[in-house]
Design a protein. Structure first.
Length: 256
């Protein structure tokens, strides 16, 4: 958990990092002034969702409508991750999709790609994007992440495979897969720059999709246990072990 003493993080997509003062308005200002009850002099952080981080203090309030003026103390650009993680998942039903995106954002994905499978029940619709974006923005701010995951165009397994190369690892859950804990260096070597987590619908990938993944040189089946999992649970289980491996791989290389 993040200590409550840390300054809150707010999102301003058009953040001007060259300015000495920044004005926030709209929903973010309402959240800061009414929900957070911020006052002049309180510390605050701002991000554009693309890695920029501004640290400053509230210097003034204006209304109506409510807006806050932030005096900038420090600006920095956080580097992009050495290995990006994309979650390509079939869509669970109802609000379970938003639960999935909330947790996946907390675990640090860089992108979400709706996966259109032969057995998919729910299929991606453009109208879903706004709410999905809001869910990921909220999760990123709560976890103090300065990069908001991108929502990519819906794709099928064949398209995912076609986009892979020598710096890509396609990871999917499999009861007969290898253990990332025991064989991580073989599954995701340090040379990999992009990891794509593939999660099928609750009926699983069909035999044709399974066959194409098995034949793909960049595909890596990973074992996450013997339980049968719902789509969102399988996605989070795979993400958790994968992101943990990526985060510690550098330390393992140093120790060796």
């Amino acid at each position: 958990m993040i200590p409550s003493s840390r300054p809150p993080l707010f999102l301003k997509r058009d953040l001007d990092t060259s300015s000495d003062e920044v004005i926030i308005s709209g929903d973010e200002a309402n959240h800061a002034g009414r929900s957070r009850r911020m006052r002049v002099g309180d510390s605050v952080c701002l991000t554009n969702g693309r890695g920029a981080l501004v640290e400053g203090r509230v210097s003034a309030f204006s209304k109506p409508p409510l807006s806050l003026t932030i005096s900038v103390d420090q600006v920095r650009q956080e580097p992009e991750p050495a290995t990006s993680v994309t979650l390509a998942s079939a869509l669970p039903k109802g609000d379970r999709l938003y639960t999935l995106l909330d947790m996946a954002t907390q675990l640090g994905i860089q992108a979400f790609q709706p996966l259109d499978c032969a057995r998919s029940v729910v299929r991606w619709q453009p109208r879903m994007k706004d709410r999905c974006t809001r869910v990921m923005e909220s999760a990123a701010k709560q976890c103090r992440q300065t990069r908001i995951p991108e929502i990519l165009t819906s794709a099928r397994i064949d398209e995912i495979i076609a986009s892979a190369d020598n710096e890509t690892c396609l990871v999917q859950g499999s009861a007969t897969g290898r253990s990332l804990c025991d064989e991580g260096r073989c599954i995701i070597p340090p040379s990999i720059k992009r990891v794509v987590i593939l999660v099928g619908p609750e009926g699983g990938f069909d035999p044709g999709e399974d066959g194409r993944l098995s034949a793909c040189a960049y595909s890596r089946p990973i074992r996450c246990g013997n339980q049968i999992l719902r789509t969102e649970t399988a996605a989070i289980a795979l993400l958790a072990v994968t992101t943990q491996w990526i985060a510690t791989a550098g330390d393992s290389e140093t120790d060796n």
